[in-house]
Design a protein around this ligand. Structure first.
Ligand code: AMP
Length: 402
């Protein structure tokens, strides 16, 4: 690992039972070290730390996020870099929900921490973990600027017609109920990369971006500004995901409560953890789903068909919303790695100028690339997302102007 760390940014992504991190150069994107602490709160927790082409693994109980962050810092120190001494430029924290309050990368102080904590009712599974990560990092690095980068920020300016749920307006206003959208850092980064790749002014482009990972979302973007997105008040709405249902008839919830005597925690678990691809097929990893389909598993095939059907529904909706599209882009684990999903999502749409070149689509590659024929009206692209780099750049910029 290089001796100098004072231009680097530490990016921290705290989940409910894990902390992912990267130490990287916000200009070049070069990653000095990266890793994950997982199973926080369990006895068999541990860290996997990658630096200088080597992997360090330790397993032991990690009581909470403070202990998790301390383990990260100890591992840095044991592999030659004491971050508390050598200094870094900034810490960038991924924060899931910014509510109506935060729509820009924000320098963290006590008030900001309190406000992120207050938003926990909108994101009970995410914001408390984000706050725990922030508080621990501030304790360990009291002199380093800490910046919050919000997953909802890119979608803050959604048009009223797209962000408003058709429920009693007084109830919605009283409880902050609107479409917020998530994965914003990824949608913003990827759509910016598309404009660069095409050599076009982002202000002139109509784009649809499919972020298809374990969580999945789509967005319609006109001239660099989103006009709609699939996730809503929470990351549950929209596309079918690894373990989340995406869209469903809200009446199903009342039915489960009334007729099946589900309580609210059971409903939450059903829709967030036991639904989606997993609920329909028994597996949530797309590679396993594909293996099951290859072996003739009919439940897996149905899960896949439901997944593609939902994708195409939103593709159609966003094509109309935008009044035509210049670029359709796939990103994240499934979007970047499954030629089958990309081909099936866009099959039979040549009359709309949408075509996928089979050779380009199946060619191996880890870089941003075009997979539509060169003369096709709509550019279809695969662009690897890099939320850590986007967070590092935002944190660096805020730290420089602080
Ligand atoms: P992410 O949340 O972006 O890390 O994406 C995770 C998802 O990507 C999981 O469902 C993986 O199964 C899926 N994935 C990763 N690699 C591949 C691959 N080569 N082919 C299909 N799906 C993949």
């Amino acid at each position: 690992m290089s001796e100098r760390t004072d231009d680097l940014v530490l990016v921290i992504n705290s989940g409910s039972s894990s902390i992912k991190y990267q130490l990287l150069d916000p200009e070049s994107g070069a990653v000095t070290a990266a890793g994950v602490v997982d199973r926080i709160g369990e006895d068999n927790a541990g860290i996997e730390h990658h630096a200088d082409g080597e992997t360090t693994e330790r397993r032991s109980a990690v009581a909470d996020h403070t202990a998790g962050l301390r383990l990260i810092f100890d591992t840095f120190a044991a592999t030659g870099h004491d971050l508390t001494r050598s200094g870094i430029r900034a810490v960038g924290h991924r924060v899931v929900h910014g509510g109506e309050v935060f729509y820009q990368p924000t320098l963290i102080d006590d008030d900001v921490v309190a406000a992120i904590s207050d938003l926990s009712s909108l994101a009970p599974l995410h914001n408390p973990a984000n706050v725990a990560g922030i508080e621990s990092a501030r304790e360990l690095l009291p002199d380093v600027p800490q910046v919050a980068v919000f997953d909802t920020a890119f979608f803050h300016g959604l048009p009223d017609a797209a962000k408003t749920y058709a429920i009693d307006a007084k109830v919605a206003a009283a409880h902050g109920i609107r479409k917020y959208g998530f994965h914003g850092t990824s949608h913003e980064y990827v759509s910016g990369q598309v404009a660069e790749l095409l050599g076009r002014d982002p202000a002139q482009l109509n784009q649809i971006v499919f972020h298809l990972g374990n969580g999945a979302s789509a967005s319609a973007i006109r001239g660099g500004h989103p006009t709609d997105t699939t996730m809503g008040l929470t990351p549950l709405e929209g596309l079918v995901m690894g373990t989340r249902s995406g869209d469903l008839d809200p009446g199903i919830i009342a039915h489960l409560v009334r007729s099946a005597h589900f309580d609210i925690d059971q409903v939450d678990k059903l829709l967030n953890r036991d639904s989606g691809i997993k609920g329909l097929s028994g597996v949530n990893d797309f590679r396993e789903l594909q293996r099951l389909i290859d072996n003739g598993d009919t439940a897996a095939k149905l899960a896949y068909d439901v997944y593609i059907h939902r994708l195409r529904r939103y593709l159609g909706a966003y094509l109309i919303d935008l009044g035509g599209v210049d670029a359709i882009t796939f990103t994240a684990g499934v979007g970047e790695n499954s030629p089958q999903v990309r081909a099936d999502a866009l099959a039979g749409l040549s009359r709309f100028g949408i075509e996928v070149d089979p050779t380009a689509n199946t060619a191996k590659g880890r870089t941003a690339r075009r997979i539509s024929p060169p003369d096709a009206e709509v550019a279809v692209l695969v662009v690897p997302t890099n939320e850590e780099l986007a967070i590092a750049r935002a944190a660096h910029q805020v730290a420089e102007s602080a």
